[in-house]
Design a protein. Structure first.
Length: 339
């Protein structure tokens, strides 16, 4: 009997100890829960309190809390939304990128290529001339309105991702593959940046996009070698065109100089011929006047001048006497010097 009473007392004491421990644990849990609404806001953060889904505070200054301790009710009564408003956030978007895998060397490479693209594993865009490209982009943004940002949704980055992907798909669909891969990149990212910002402003997202940048844009791996060949041919074409322009720049001045020299020589020859012709005309007119006065004298003088000119160009002169009628002309032998 005594042993049974002793056992009951021990059991009662153990029960009382358990109840006390349970009370202590419950009180501690309630205390922890009660103080879970106290948050420490860092110097580079701003915060707002959502009480039962509504923002606490009537004015903007009263709604946005700065650095320090923030007192609020525990969740789910109050929810504290903290944002680094001055920080530039970077979001990499690979939804339109090809699928990758990590190799044995630790590098990230394309997965083994199948004959065609698997849309469940790889992203892509279709250009206006029906080619496929796979871009990977980076978006940088800041929160410029904490209240709007907090009320937007639970995952603002997913909203940015969805809008950027939709805009890239639409814009690339109106461009040629050459523009997307080469000279049209800047125009493309600028148009996507503006269109995405307009949509975010319409949704009152409280987000300011700083930049949209291409990390890389490539054709599908199945045809990348053909694209590279085309690009190489384009580069070679530009090189040859530049060589031709350089050759032209070197040759044209020389050709122009030579042409100018020939033209000047021709003009000088023209002037000399005209001057000689005018001189001949003047001399002939003067001779004509004299001829009309005394033709015999003029003919004799012209004959003498002609003979003088002829004899002046002759080395040796031989004068043969006249042969009388009925006489044979004398015979002459000329000994020419040997060559």
């Amino acid at each position: 009997m005594k042993s049974e009473n002793k056992s009951l007392r021990s059991l009662g004491e153990a029960f009382n100890v358990g109840v006390k421990l349970l009370r202590i644990a419950l009180i501690a849990g309630l205390a922890i829960y009660a103080f879970s609404g106290v948050k420490n806001i860092q110097p580079n953060e701003s915060a707002i309190i959502l009480r039962l889904g509504r923002i606490v505070g009537r004015t903007e200054a009263g709604r946005i809390r700065g650095a320090g301790l923030l007192l609020g009710f525990p969740y789910p009564i109050d929810e504290v939304v903290r944002v680094r408003v001055r920080e530039v956030n970077e979001l990499e978007i690979g939804d339109l990128w090809y699928s990758t895998e990590r190799g044995k060397d630790g590098r990230v490479n394309r997965k083994n290529l199948s004959p065609s693209i698997d849309p469940t594993e790889e992203g892509y865009c279709i250009t206006g001339d029906h080619y496929i490209v796979q871009p990977r982009v980076t978006v940088k943004y800041q929160v410029n309105d904490l209240v709007s940002f907090a009320l937007l949704q639970d995952n603002p980055e997913q909203l940015i991702r969805n809008v950027v992907v939709a805009e890239f798909t639409q814009k690339i669909g109106s461009m040629t593959v050459d523009d997307v891969l080469t000279g049209g990149k800047k125009h493309l990212v600028n148009s996507v940046l503006k269109a995405t910002q307009d949509i975010l402003d319409t949704l009152n997202a409280g987000i300011s996009l700083l930049s949209v940048e291409f990390k890389e844009v490539v054709p599908p791996g199945q045809v990348i070698q053909a694209f590279q060949n085309v690009v190489s041919a384009g580069i070679q074409r530009k090189t040859e065109v530049e060589k031709a322009k350089s050759y032209r720049a070197e040759e044209i001045p020389g050709a122009e100089s030579e042409a100018n020299t020939i033209i000047r020589q021709a003009e000088a020859y023209q002037l000399s011929i005209l001057a000689k012709a005018r001189s001949d005309v003047t001399g002939f007119e003067s001779l004509l006047i004299q001829y009309r006065k005394d033709p015999k004298v003029v003919r004799r003088r012209l004959y003498q001048e002609a003979m003088e000119h002829i004899f002046s160009n002759v080395g040796r002169q031989y004068i043969f006497p006249k042969v009388g009628s009925g006489q044979k002309p004398p015979t002459f032998r000329l000994l020419l010097p040997s060559q």
